[in-house]
Ligand binder design. Sequence first.
Ligand SMILES: Cc1cc2nc3c(=O)[nH]c(=O)nc-3n(C[C@H](O)[C@H](O)[C@H](O)COP(=O)(O)OP(=O)(O)OC[C@H]3O[C@@H](n4cnc5c(N)ncnc54)[C@H](O)[C@@H]3O)c2cc1C
Length: 502
Amino acid sequence: MTSNVPVLIAGAGPSGLTLAVELARRGVACRVVDKAPRLFPGSRGKGLQPRTLEVFEDLGVLDAVLAGGAPFPPFRLYSGQEVVWERRLEEMLGTEFPSGSDVPYPRPWLIPQWRTDEILRDRLTELGGRVEFGTELTGFTQDAEGVVATLSREGRTERVRAEYLVGTDGGRSFVRKQLGVGFAGETYETERTLIGDVRAEGLEGVRCHMFTRGGDITDRFSLWNLPGSEHYQFVAAVAEGEEPELSLATVRKLLEERSGRDDIRLSGLNWISLYRINVRMAERFRIGRVFLAGDAAHVHSSASGQGLNTSIQDAYNLGWKLAAVLGGAPDAVLDTYSDERIPVAAEVLDVSTLMHRRNFRATTAPPGSAPAIHQLDITYRDGPLAVDDRAPGGRIRAGDRAPDAPVRTRAGKPVRLFEVLRGPQWTLLACGADPGVDFGPEVAVHTVAEHGDLVDAEGALRRAYEVADGDLVLIRPDGYLGLVTDRAARVTEYLNRLTARR
Ligand SMILES: Cc1cc2nc3c(=O)[nH]c(=O)nc-3n(C[C@H](O)[C@H](O)[C@H](O)COP(=O)(O)OP(=O)(O)OC[C@H]3O[C@@H](n4cnc5c(N)ncnc54)[C@H](O)[C@@H]3O)c2cc1C
């Protein structure tokens, strides 16, 4: 029997779950299948970047994420029992985090990935969706109208006809392989990391504890507190040629060897993996009616914590576009997913490789000497959706992330612009006066003026957006500037390209 669904999502990691939440809140039905019996239990990607926190605010999961995590802790280097130094993340990496009213969450947030996954799964359930665990995508074909997929569950197979299939099935992606899409890049055969979650006694404080025998940071054994859990994430590079047994005994031995200490007691290993670093990217992210997102589309070193975050941003970029096209927008909107995300993935591969090579050795590097990792500076300026009618130059252009700003309602109540932007709609900020045009149901129009529905009393919005009276700023559903213009007809023209017009 064949069942029908608009979108089939293969893989319930962070990218598949984010996409499912994004579609569900737009009322787009989808099926999410995962071959595993449950969510992945390991802490893996444990650092959420500032931009991801903004996305999570929009998706309605930020409160749970803040409740389930903690600010990113300092790093402490030990030489045997002695504390050599303690440093903040930005000192470790030589990177900087922004501040100001346009950035509500300026710093990374520590939360185990299993908790992030649970929160996204719970949000999906709240929105009426669910994950079908123990259900593997084992084959698919596509034609001009859709995709026919085969799902296997407990020895039974089912055929599903979907308008679109999204492969969020991780680095070894079945979908990518089935499509024959190249995954160009390299595998660092000799560089492997033992990583996992373990209980630890004998440690004080919330930090990343880096143990060494003689202070050599490159020969460390790290233990990270995991908020909301008795477990710590351990990370240790494994020497070339060694094939460690994946057991608690191995982890204990490594800690003792690296630290020269026997006062830290490890127990309760509940996840362990020997992680080989791959730096690879899919050659295409869209093949007809099939898309790749998250690790299925790009993998890289975990140095600088970009993997999970980039996966979530992929899904956030794709979600509104899929919903738009399913609602009648031109198919070309979906091409912009690859146009926008491939350059971002390429950049992330470069940044994470650079940070991997530095391996915390550049701890004396001055702030700002390393690339930013917060992902707030990701821009689609050069992409097909960025239209800026202002004179060239300026700090902020169409394609950039829409900044936050403190404003007031007409009644004088203070609100953040991000509260206004929250939701699946496009937002038009009309500075100075209401343009008096009906742009359709997908667009929420706000007049930013002394007697408008938004009052920019402190001028923060005008400064953040570099706009003046008469300017119109069209903000995309995923919080990027689509169009900046001073002509209402340009807004209509722009939206005609991207939304279903009546
Ligand atoms: C050992 C390890 C350590 C990591 N450490 C970090 C870190 O410190 N920082 C960081 O930022 N990132 C880290 N990452 C990367 C981060 O975990 C990933 O970037 C993130 O999980 C990607 O999310 P995803 O949803 O794309 O894929 P995944 O989380 O891999 O999810 C893919 C899902 O697809 C399912 N699946 C696979 N094939 C099929 C199929 N045929 N049918 C149905 N379902 C299928 C799998 O069961 C899985 O649940 C680490 C990854 C690993 C493996």
